[in-house]
Design a protein around this ligand. Sequence first.
Ligand SMILES: Cc1cc2nc3c(=O)[nH]c(=O)nc-3n(C[C@H](O)[C@H](O)[C@H](O)COP(=O)(O)OP(=O)(O)OC[C@H]3O[C@@H](n4cnc5c(N)ncnc54)[C@H](O)[C@@H]3O)c2cc1C
Length: 298
Amino acid sequence: MIYEQLRQQMDESLLQKDESLAKYTSFRVGGPCDCMVTPRTPEELAMALKACRENGIPYFILGNGTNVIALDEGYRGAVIHIGKAFSDISCEGNVITARAGALLAAVSKKACDQDLTGLEFAGGIPGSVGGGIVMNAGAYGGELKQVVTRVTAMDPEGEIRTYSGEECGFGYRKSIFQQNGQIVLEAVFELQPGDPEEIRAVMEDLMHRRNTKQPLNYPSAGSTFKRPEGYFAGKLIEDSGLKGVSVGGAAVSELHAGFVINKGDATAADILALMELIRNTVYDNYHVMLQPEVRLIK
Ligand SMILES: Cc1cc2nc3c(=O)[nH]c(=O)nc-3n(C[C@H](O)[C@H](O)[C@H](O)COP(=O)(O)OP(=O)(O)OC[C@H]3O[C@@H](n4cnc5c(N)ncnc54)[C@H](O)[C@@H]3O)c2cc1C
């Protein structure tokens, strides 16, 4: 029904019926969505939003799917995927402009290739620019807030507006785009000229730290919980004796207790039940209520 409604108003080549969300998310769980929409241009995105609005179809904006959990029952509505078609990256002087579907790793590499410093921290973050802006992605003391000076976004009515870095309301894993329903189209990063050797050395060091300390050989969504003020989620979970604890196919990583991993056959229900177990156990032990960093497709 939803697929048919969208097909009346949109080019069929942009639509996929009953597409599995497990394929698009780094946790590799989740059922089908009624319709996956993959716009190639902002105009097609506006058309998708209009079709959803006119037919009362709920929609979810998906980037690279590395900070989300798709539910086992899938999603009743349209998942609008901002992907490869939106992945241009350009550089002028110290300024890099990247569209929302570009991968943060590719933007970080571009900066490195241009001998620009400021985005080394993002080299190993597997998300897109759009998802990164929404989450104010960060690592090893860096966060996008420090280098993003302008964001272009589209509102649900298809109007485009730009935000200064300050207007983005960036905070710890937070931005205004988590509340205002705008779709990130593009971001501008202002960087500094740096020493090429040093930039490469920092990037290699951070990649090495990731490769040795994170369970990158298992599907996950990175850190499952936000860092609570004054604590580290991973340490609270480890000190609660939860390393290796599992529910169905979901487990607390032995390597990094801050990561819930999919051992291969996890369901979304397993992951959510394990997250609840972790939250309750940590709360009982430390009176700290962990807040999920990962977001549900719902
Ligand atoms: C192995 C691993 C390591 C990770 N390490 C880090 C890390 O070091 N630091 C860190 O911060 N994160 C980390 N993450 C989490 C994740 O990569 C980041 O949160 C990333 O910014 C998410 O981007 P995404 O494109 O995958 O977004 P998605 O997961 O697709 O979406 C995340 C949220 O953003 C919204 N969204 C996505 N694109 C847009 C858009 N264009 N416009 C509006 N809304 C949009 C979605 O609706 C959703 O609410 C890690 C994840 C994994 C799997």
